[in-house]
Ligand binder design. Structure first.
Ligand code: FMN
Length: 192
């Protein structure tokens, strides 16, 4: 059921180091991104697959995880992502624009739902240093990263909860390390 995948697909910031997504599995995820809707069918996005270990280490270092829990320095050592997909555009033929960003969100969520179906977890990462990502991956000339997607076998317990009135919307962790994600309650989400 799609709703089950939507519920299960939570932003994950800690991964088992095996099994690692294979090249074939990453290609399948890229194919899902390729098939997504695109404003005016411009299809500005391109996808860089990353599962080489050295590239994963370099890319991990160029990304920032869990800004609301900065003191935890996530991911914990030994729980880094074991693969990434990096959504990019070619600046020679496309411009950064609101539509490109909307295309990016649709593609990213689609990738993550398919990854969840395959038994993996993931994390969208907008907090990255573009130059660091370009250096880590030696992207072809002119390609700009828009969103990094971390992937791997999730090793975290994550729970969704309805956000109480006036409550912080930031995610938080309890003393057992369970990650809590407050969401706006449905009756507040729907406006009349
Ligand atoms: C566009 C976008 C960018 C994000 N960038 C980051 C990021 O740079 N680092 C990070 O740790 N989480 C990032 N996240 C994950 C959010 O923090 C996460 O979606 C939010 O806490 C809700 O958790 P959930 O995805 O499990 O519902 C991003 C999410 C989105 C949609």
């Amino acid at each position: 059921m799609l709703k089950e995948l939507i519920l299960k697909n939570r932003s994950c910031r800690g991964y088992a180091q095996t099994p690692r997504p294979t090249e074939e599995e990453l290609k399948e995820l890229a194919d899902c991104a390729r098939l997504c809707p695109s404003a005016s069918n411009r299809q500005p996005l391109r996808c860089r697959l990353v599962n080489d270990q050295a590239e994963c280490v370099a890319l991990q270092a160029a990304t920032r995880w869990g800004g609301a829990l900065r003191e935890l320095h996530l991911p914990y050592p030994g729980t880094e992502a074991t693969a990434f997909l990096v959504l990019c555009y070619d600046s020679a033929s496309a411009k950064d624009s609101p539509m490109l960003r909307i295309d990016t969100g649709i593609a990213a969520q689609t990738v993550l739902l398919r990854a969840t179906e395959m038994g993996y977890s993931g994390l969208m990462i907008a907090a990255f240093e573009p130059d660091g990502v370009k250096r880590a991956l030696t992207l072809p000339e002119g390609f700009e990263p828009v969103l990094v997607i971390a992937l791997g076998k999730g090793a975290e317990t994550i729970v969704l909860e309805d956000r109480a009135d006036g409550e912080e919307r930031a995610y938080w962790r309890d003393e057992k390390g369970v990650h809590h994600v407050p969401k706006v309650p449905l009756e507040k989400f729907i406006i009349r």
